[in-house]
Every structure is written in structure tokens, then in C-alpha cells.
Design a protein around this ligand. Structure first.
Ligand code: SF4
Ligand code: SF4
Length: 416
């Protein structure tokens, strides 16, 4: 059996002799029939980006001078409720709190924890309102520079397996699996997952990825705490944690769904090729990865199945806005439904864009150019050609962070 050690790989990195591929580069070579041999690959940097509901942040903020209140009862950041504690911090004027990425603003149904985390990382001022047990209200402002400590914890991240959804009924169905209600009669399809880019797809037995593995989470050096909640052998996922102050706002943010604001995160994990089993697992490609198609009503009724090559390969990752085609509707439909608020005042902000594809299907003037593809599925003896209207994962961000990880390893700024 061919083997090498981490020490041997690190020595090669120090000598600028290591063969490091991003997952995109590696899969491209496989698809072109130029698969590097075991001897020709030392590390593959994998990545994923998508809506990750289990995201939470633990913060400590100063909200007043010491001695002003005994204990906080409720706390709101830009109108988003957070949970006070676990440490009470009596009389100190600072508050420990836990913010859920899925927490919804009480003032704006489209604003929530994910949007707040992006605003914080963009160094915007955050309005803080504390209701104390003494019945007082304390209002202040803060920002990332005043944050004493912030730790992001994802309780179930980087899922290996997802399902995808269509709607066989006559009526549109609202869910967390679409920014807008999923229209019926097999006219819409939505999916999640980065296919063969996903870290666990490339290490399905978790030979490399385990408690203590160093990774990148939203651009920050972070760690695997262990397997995530609801992780199982068939559907593994990860619990991850990193320092929020080290994170990069481009990799995290809010995502509007039919059921309110969600949060997306980006994860990159290096896979050092230590033996042939690890190498063989890296040969997985989108065609090999099954994707169940479910009825959006109830979410567990299987209708059909497909694979990731049918939903990702050959389609556009970002839209183009053709301004001359815009018919200047009184109320812009795209501004209303873009899940990341990437379209405002007739300007497409590609930094905020997630590549979900919704604009290309719902712009009234058809002024967005983006091919997100469609899926041909035989269900109950009838063939349906179903347009892919919403992608809740972003291959471009996954690629960008895995490329960044490759650069850090090559520059010896991230040691395996
Ligand atoms: S693809 Fe369109 S709808 Fe989706 S995030 Fe980008 S601009 Fe918004
Ligand atoms: S919905 Fe489309 S056509 Fe209408 S204003 Fe918005 S971008 Fe322009």
C-alpha cells in the first residue's frame, strides 16, 4: 500500500515541491481523463458554501458603564433578538449573548441573524437594545472593533447529502428551500449542495476530517469540533467553530427564504493524501453523487432521483444584468425577492450575489441573463422538464475559499 506522512508532505511544502490542487482543479483533470496519480498529488483543498441553519454566534459586548444594571433580560441587535447568557455578567455593563443565524428581526421580516453577521463583519454600526430585569431599557451602538470576543459555532455544517425539491401540487408552497414559494405542477426545482467540491464527499469515512482538524471557516482559521447534530453514517455533517473577528464578510451572510432569513457560510478543508484509500475517495465526481428529488410538501416523500452533474455541470454561476432590457417596473420584483439583497437601484452587486438564479426566472422584463438549467425527470410515467429556479449553495464561493486555502498552504501560512 502506498503511503506518506503529514511530516513528509509538510517537508515538501517547505521545499516548494508539494503538489497541491484545489478541488476544482483536481476534478477538472479527472473529467479530462488526466487524473494525477497518487505520486502526483499531495493535498486537495475541498470547499462548500451554502445555507447552514445551525449557525450561531457567541458574543460579549459592552453596553453601558459598570454598575448601571444588575442583569439583562432581553437583548436585540439591529432589532434581531439574541439570547442573554450563558454568563450573567452582573453589574459589569457587558453582556454575553448567543445569536442564532436564523433569528428574525422583530421590525423587518427580511432581516435576521445572517444579515446581521455580515453587517458586523463589514464594520457597520450595530444598534444594541437591552431590556434589564429592573425594567430599564439601555440603548447603545457597537461595531466589530468594540467586540471583545466573538465565536461562531456551526452545529451542523458542510452536509454531505442533501435532498432537492419540486412541487407536484396545484398550489405554491412556501419553505426554507426557496426564497419564494415554490410554484406547483412540476414547474420549479430547488437544490442544495456543492457536489464533488464538498469536503465530506471527498473524505466520506472521515479519515482526515475529525475533531481537531484545522480548516477555514468563512475565511478564518477554524477547527472541527466533531460530527454535527443529526450526523449519521449515511448523512454526515460537521460541528465547526472559529473566531468571528478573523472572518471575511464575503463568505457569510443572510439568505431570504419563504420562511424568513437564513444564514450562509463557506468552509474549506484540506485533504492530505496520506494513503491510497484517501486518494481513491478523492476520485469521486458529480455523476457519482446521488441527489434525491422530494415532494416539497412534507419534504420526505421521494419522487425521483438525479445526480449533481445534472444540476451543476455546464451551467452559469453568476447572472448578467442587461440594463437596456430592464422595463423599469414600478416595483422591481428582483429587488423584492433576491435572497441576498444583491440587486438595488438597478445595480447588480456581484460581491453580494449568491448565484441562486432566482432573478433570471422572475425578472419581469427578462433582463437577467443566466442559464441555471433544467432537469428531465420521469415521475409516475410522465416525463417532466423542470427548470432549476433556486440554488441554495454557491460553487463560486466554495471555489474561492478552497483556492485561498491552497495559497495559504503553499505560502506556509496554514500548516497541515
Ligand atoms: S443570482 Fe440573482 S437573485 Fe440570486 S443572489 Fe444573485 S442577483 Fe440575487
Ligand atoms: S423586475 Fe426586472 S425589468 Fe422590472 S425593474 Fe426589476 S430588473 Fe427591471
Amino acid at each position: 500500500m502506498k503511503e506518506r506522512t503529514i511530516e513528509e508532505i509538510n517537508k515538501k511544502i517547505e521545499n516548494n515541491e508539494a503538489n497541491i490542487f484545489t478541488v476544482r482543479e483536481f476534478k477538472k483533470l479527472i473529467k479530462e481523463d488526466k487524473t494525477p496519480s497518487f505520486e502526483e498529488v499531495d493535498v486537495v483543498t475541498t470547499g462548500t458554501c451554502g445555507v447552514m441553519s445551525g449557525t450561531a454566534a457567541i458574543f460579549n459586548f459592552i453596553v453601558s458603564e459598570p454598575g448601571k444594571f444588575m442583569r439583562a433580560k432581553n437583548i436585540y441587535l439591529n432589532g434581531v433578538p439574541a439570547n442573554v447568557g450563558p454568563c450573567p455578567n452582573e453589574w459589569l455593563g457587558s453582556v454575553d449573548l448567543i445569536l442564532h443565524g436564523t433569528a428574525k428581526s422583530l421590525e423587518n421580516p427580511f432581516y435576521g441573524g445572517g444579515f446581521l453577521l455580515k453587517d458586523l463583519l463589514e464594520a457597520k454600526d450595530i444598534e444594541v437594545k437591552v431590556e434589564t430585569i429592573e425594567g430599564e431599557i439601555i440603548e447603545s451602538k457597537t461595531n466589530i472593533n468594540e467586540l471583545i470576543r466573538g465565536q461562531l459555532i456551526g452545529s451542523r455544517m458542510a452536509f454531505k447529502n442533501y435532498n432537492s425539491f419540486t412541487n407536484p401540487s396545484d398550489e405554491a408552497v412556501s419553505s426554507i428551500f426557496g426564497a419564494i414559494p415554490l410554484e406547483g405542477n412540476f414547474s420549479t426545482y430547488t437544490f442544495s449542495g456543492c457536489g464533488d467540491f464538498n469536503p465530506i464527499q471527498n473524505d466520506p469515512d472521515l479519515n482526515i476530517i475529525k475533531a481537531g482538524t484545522k480548516i477555514l471557516l468563512n475565511g478564518a482559521e477554524a477547527y472541527v469540533l466533531g460530527e454535527g447534530t443529526r450526523s449519521s453514517q449515511e448523512k454526515p455533517n460537521l460541528m465547526l467553530s472559529g473566531n468571528i473577528k478573523d472572518m471575511d464578510s464575503q463568505y457569510i451572510g443572510g439568505f431570504k427564504t419563504g420562511e424568513g432569513g437564513e444564514v450562509y457560510d463557506t468552509v474549506a478543508i484540506p485533504i492530505p493524501v496520506l494513503n491510497e484509500e484517501i486518494y481513491n475517495n478523492l476520485l469521486v465526481v458529480n455523476e457519482d453523487i446521488e441527489l434525491g428529488v422530494m415532494d416539497i410538501r412534507g419534504r420526505h416523500l421521494p419522487l425521483s432521483k438525479t445526480d449533481y452533474s445534472k444540476v451543476w455541470d455546464a451551467y452559469d454561476l453568476r447572472p448578467k444584468f442587461i440594463e437596456s432590457d430592464c422595463i423599469n417596473c414600478d416595483i422591481c420584483r428582483v429587488e423584492e425577492i433576491c435572497p441576498t439583497n444583491a440587486f438595488n437601484d438597478k445595480k447588480l452587486d456581484l460581491y453580494r450575489c449568491f448565484g441562486c438564479g432566482i432573478c433570471s426566472h422572475y425578472c419581469i422584463g427578462d433582463s437577467f441573463n443566466m442559464n441555471t438549467g433544467s432537469l428531465k425527470l420521469k415521475i409516475d410515467d410522465k416525463v417532466h422538464n423542470i427548470p432549476i429556479v433556486c440554488r441554495q449553495s454557491d460553487l463560486l464561493r466554495a471555489d474561492k475559499l478552497s483556492s485561498h486555502l491552497k495559497d495559504l498552504i503553499e505560502n506556509q501560512e496554514f500548516k497541515l
